[in-house]
Design a protein around this ligand. Structure first.
Ligand SMILES: [Zn+2]
Ligand SMILES: [Zn+2]
Length: 377
């Protein structure tokens, strides 16, 4: 039973150039919390304008602050504010390219929205309120926080041996407790974006629907057929859901891979998520708010699903994807796929293996080209 973890690989050039978004310009590496600071500034600005509850802003920035405190890296490495403008310029390019990429899907989603809005809007808004989603996440995360702290503190002899064998974030009792506390704090910050993104998308669509006078119930020629249009739209949506889902996988792959091949973006945005070399379920939230803002662009696919179901599915997938591998490799292949990304960094960028197979970054533990260090505990 060889349980040694391979040393993290240095970031290497993409094996198949072109799969990531091209960028012009460059910036210095450094400043691992820069994107969090930008998000924190945005939250404060929104609070000042009264758009966000002041307590929420206090909570978010408190989590950010304590997360940074739990992080043992030097403050110079954590902040490096001088590198921030260049990093944000690179980030803006990724946003632009991803938005252009997604625009046709948003246009189609908007048309579908027009067909269903007269019927489902009140329900959808009621159950997708931000408070409910974020509260749901917090309840699950608090459970994992308490469970992990309890296990690490009182059951280390049994559970800890499993972690200890990995020279990673869970290598010792102290390191594990520190990592779990850190992941809890930092994860609470970015998840705000995930929880708000669907509400914001529907809010934007609703604003456009009103502004462009596209409410079908207000038009005599359509108002008598609202239910027919609704069922027709729902049928089209169901029939095309699988196709609408495809850009989500591709966008995620390209954004993720871009973060790995561009060192300044890796430092300022994505490196946060890779503190968990052996991730815990709490690491499913240790994602920069600015990364969430990008990967949540896959929303058109899920927009018409009642938000509550969609969120439950997201939580289950995200949490399952970050179980310690011993708990996943028997039943959750996608979890295993992503865990290998956490261990070897420059493979398995996709949500599912398909894009990795297509663009030459797929790695399976039992493949002939296996990286040293098998992990069949
Ligand atoms: Zn990554
Ligand atoms: Zn991950």
């Amino acid at each position: 039973m060889n349980t040694a973890i391979a040393k993290p690989q240095p970031l290497s050039p993409a094996s198949s150039p072109g799969a990531e978004y091209p960028l012009w310009g460059s910036a210095s590496p450094g400043g691992v919390y820069n994107s969090h600071l930008v998000a924190g500034a945005i939250f404060v600005a929104l609070a000042l304008f009264g758009a966000i509850n002041a307590w929420l802003v206090l909570w978010l920035n408190g989590c950010l602050f304590f997360g940074m405190l739990f992080d043992r890296r030097t403050w110079k490495r954590k902040l490096a504010v001088g590198a921030m403008p260049g990093q944000m310029l690179l980030y803006a390019q990724v946003v632009l390219r991803a938005a252009v990429h997604m625009f046709p899907y948003y246009a189609v989603a908007f048309v579908l929205y027009l067909g269903i809005a007269p019927v489902v809007l009140p329900l959808n808004f009621a159950i997708s309120s931000f408070v409910m989603l974020y509260g749901f996440y917090m309840a699950i995360r608090s459970y994992w926080l308490l469970r992990y702290l309890w296990v690490l503190r009182f059951r280390w002899d049994r559970a800890g041996r499993l972690f200890e064998t990995h020279q990673a974030n869970l290598k010792s009792q102290t390191a594990s407790i520190q990592h779990v506390l850190w992941a809890y704090c930092i994860g609470n910050v970015g998840l705000v974006v995930r929880c708000a993104s669907q509400v914001m998308t529907i809010g934007l669509f609703e604003f456009l629907r009103q502004a462009w006078n596209l409410d079908l119930t207000q038009h005599p020629q359509w108002s008598g057929h609202v239910m027919t249009i609704f069922w027709g739209t729902a049928a089209i949506w169901l029939a095309t859901f699988w196709f609408a889902l495809q850009p989500a996988f591709l966008i995620y792959y390209r954004v993720h891979r871009t973060f790995h091949t561009c060192r300044p973006l890796y430092d300022s945005i994505h490196s946060i998520h890779h503190r968990g070399v052996l991730p815990t379920p709490l690491d499913s939230g240790t994602i920069s708010p600015l990364e969430f803002a990008l990967t949540e662009l896959n929303l058109p696919a899920g927009m018409l699903v009642p938000n509550w179901y969609w969120t439950i599915a997201q939580v289950i997938l995200a949490v399952a994807g970050h179980f310690p591998s011993h708990e996943t490799n028997t039943w959750m292949k996608s979890g295993q796929h992503h865990l290998l990304h956490h261990r070897f960094f420059n493979v398995n960028f996709g949500l599912i293996p398909r894009e990795d197979a297509r663009y030459g970054s797929l790695y399976r533990e039992n493949s002939p080209t296996a990286v040293a260090g098998s992990d069949q505990g």
